[in-house]
Design a protein. Structure first.
Length: 367
């Protein structure tokens, strides 16, 4: 898992050192740096497995450098696999574009053990998935030519993926359906139906040194989702509640055949009822118990979610007066020890907010 990350001169983070847990949730006001942290982690995951010939400058453009700063962007993370402590550092946008090798030896190991650790790190990074679901994309009928369909970052392709699992991996489909029922008990059954899907593309025609672009539309036969709900059968996906669809999308990603090892999730509450939010956390912890290598980093605006977390799993973001973002552990609050046994994490956050971060002097690595 990734134990810690460092950002230097990256967007709102002038200098940040952040420890991560197997399950970490970021909370804070809008535009305070939560999504920036997810973007940075995703960027590191994209860059690290490609040591040669990968266009780093395309993934770390100049506009990502902190405003008014002349130093280059530097991003790093530290991961542990067995006895090996890995370090990945990427520098770019205003400085020499470099990458450091992924793993450093922590203690005496055989070359075979070190090779296995390197393979695990590469696999971990390649499967990193960032999810920002849109209800409409999740509900849309879809068509896929891929051998193994997948759910896109915005939720597109969910129907095709579910259809594939129902046809080819009934056991996985059953796990997903069962998990969804735990989160949303009113769901009775997930069904798949054939549906037409309109596909648009541009065809290029070259004739006598002249090139013409022609827009084409095709109607293909794909799939759509239909759910049987308590008291209502055959409910089309676009008529199902947003929270139900988003929970289904998340569970399909986590329990499908191509499971991520690093999940980055925007808004973990997924438009769910507070009770369902608690059930979702229970299901996610059960998934992590069966797959201990899965690490989850998510954002949230829900105090209810925090009540199902350990205090040490919560990070708070805050935009300081100078325009730079800061991030601190909930447990770093000066009065946390005094109130920890009297308030739940959600109650404590709702009471103290994030403004205290701006009043507490912090060293540069926390800005």
């Amino acid at each position: 898992m990734i134990e810690s990350v460092q950002f230097r001169n990256f967007k709102a983070y002038r200098s940040l050192d952040l420890d991560l847990e197997p399950f970490t949730v970021l909370v804070g006001p809008n535009a305070s740096g939560k999504t920036t942290l997810l973007d940075g982690l995703r960027m590191l995951a994209l860059l690290a497995p490609h040591p040669d010939g990968f266009p780093v400058e395309e993934l770390i453009p100049e506009r990502f450098r902190s405003f008014g700063v002349s130093q280059p962007i530097e991003m790093a993370f530290y991961a542990r696999f067995g006895r090996s402590l890995g370090e990945v550092v990427v520098t770019g946008a205003g400085g020499p574009i470099t990458r450091w090798p992924p793993l450093a030896r922590l203690d005496e190991e055989s070359e075979r053990e070190l090779s296995r650790a390197n393979d695990k790190l590469r696999q971990f990074l390649r499967t990193a998935t960032l999810l920002r679901f849109e209800a409409r994309k999740l509900a849309d009928a879809s068509y896929s030519e891929e051998q193994v369909p997948t759910v896109a970052s915005d939720g597109a392709g969910l129907a095709s993926t579910i259809a594939f699992l129902k046809l080819s991996h009934e056991d996985l489909f059953g796990e997903i359906e069962s998990a969804l029922k735990q989160v949303v008990p009113s769901v009775r059954k997930i069904r798949v139906e054939r549906a037409s899907v309109e596909q648009s593309n541009v065809r290029t025609i070259a004739l006598d040194d002249q090139t013409t672009h022609v827009s084409e539309k095709r109607t293909l036969w794909g799939n759509r989702l239909v759910l049987d709900m308590q008291g209502a059968k055959g409910v089309p996906a676009d008529s199902v509640g947003e929270g139900t669809l988003m929970a289904l999308g998340l569970l399909t990603v986590l329990l499908g055949p191509q499971r991520p090892k690093l999940l980055l999730l925007d808004d973990i509450e997924l438009a769910l009822h507070p009770v369902a939010q608690g059930k979702l956390i229970e299901v996610l912890r059960a998934i992590q118990k069966n797959d201990p290598e899965l690490q989850i980093v998510a954002t949230s605006h829900s105090p209810f979610i925090l009540n199902y977390l350990k205090p040490e799993e919560i990070r708070m973001t805050f935009l300081a007066e100078n325009g730079f973002a800061r991030c601190e552990k909930l447990t770093a609050h000066p009065e946390f020890e005094k109130w920890k046994d009297l308030m739940s994490p959600g109650e404590f956050w709702s009471t103290v907010g994030e403004s205290w971060i701006g009043k507490v002097p912090a060293s540069a690595p926390h800005e």
